[in-house]
Design a protein around this ligand. Structure first.
Ligand code: HEM
Length: 252
């Protein structure tokens, strides 16, 4: 991915400039090389604008988009502003990136470490009593519920305790390899965890529960695939960080 920044200084009619870009943006929206775009206006100096376009790669932009069918229509809309460009360059994103705390993490919303520990305690009480998946956990460590709470906490935006104290993704993966988990077992696992979430009073608002269940659906499908005989999943990978998706809590 590459990020293109185009800085403009518009002398005169800024409204026409914004309207021209609103029309040009229709071509960006249809371009498979374009990840996203945003035109921002300077608050301190309203004649200054920055257009940010994320492209799948610089080559995709320069050869794919510029050489493709959409470019002539795009250019026709904004040709009159080429003289007003002060900078037009590609930037490679660095590893310094992240989200602030304006939106709470699922971990905080869910109630933090204590809530996830209550959840897994209750969950594994149900698991060991279950005829379909109980036998898989017959030899589980008594600290297992706490370890899984640490994993879930880290995934949902809490401290990286599973990585720091337990070995991260590679360790979690090692526990699933060769277990040959079946689809009915996966479903039961998800269903018992959802029941446990109700039992211990995890938030039941639609936003939290849909994000929570989304992760469980994703994670359990991976667990099934990785547990099959002969599966060769990547041995090292980052612990996923799950967010709210398209429906964060409505904060007014
Ligand atoms: C989102 C899905 C899942 C997550 C996040 C998850 C998480 C984990 C973690 C973190 C461990 C290792 C705990 C430790 O450090 O000791 C573990 C072990 C294990 N998991 Fe999962 N798991 C998932 C799905 C499943 C499913 C669907 C099954 C089977 C139905 C399963 C069966 C097991 C078993 C049998 C172990 C080893 C237990 C033992 O210590 O004997 N997991 N899981």
């Amino acid at each position: 991915m590459t990020v293109e920044y185009i800085r403009y200084r518009i002398s005169g009619d800024t409204e026409s400039f914004e309207q021209a870009y609103a029309r040009a943006a229709r071509f960006l929206a249809r371009a498979p090389q374009c990840v996203d775009y945003e035109l921002s206006r300077c608050a301190e100096e309203p004649s200054a604008y920055v257009l940010r376009i994320t492209w799948t790669s610089a080559d995709d932009h320069l050869k794919g988009f510029r050489g493709g069918d959409l470019f002539p229509g795009f250019l026709a809309e904004i040709r009159g502003y080429i003289e007003a460009i002060e900078e037009m360059r590609h930037y490679e994103p660095t590893s310094v990136r992240g989200a602030g705390a304006a939106v709470p993490t699922l971990y905080d919303w869910g109630g933090g470490a204590e809530a996830f520990e209550r959840l897994t305690e209750r969950f594994y009480e149900k698991v060991v009593a279950d005829d379909l998946i109980g036998p898989l956990f017959a030899h589980m460590d008594s600290a297992h519920p706490r370890f899984v709470a640490m994993w879930l906490g880290e995934v949902f935006g809490g401290p990286a305790r599973y990585t720091e104290e337990r070995g991260g993704y590679a360790h979690m993966l090692g526990h699933h390899l060769g277990k040959a988990i079946t689809e009915p077992q996966r479903r039961r696992w998800v269903s018992l965890l959802a029941d446990a979430a109700d039992d211990v009073g995890l938030p039941d608002d639609p936003e939290f529960r849909s994000a929570f269940m989304g992760y469980l659906e994703w994670g359990t499908r991976l667990a099934v695939a990785n547990s099959q005989p002969g599966a060769t999943p990547p041995g090292q990978a980052p612990v996923p960080h799950w967010g709210w998706g398209v429906a964060p809590p409505y904060l007014g």
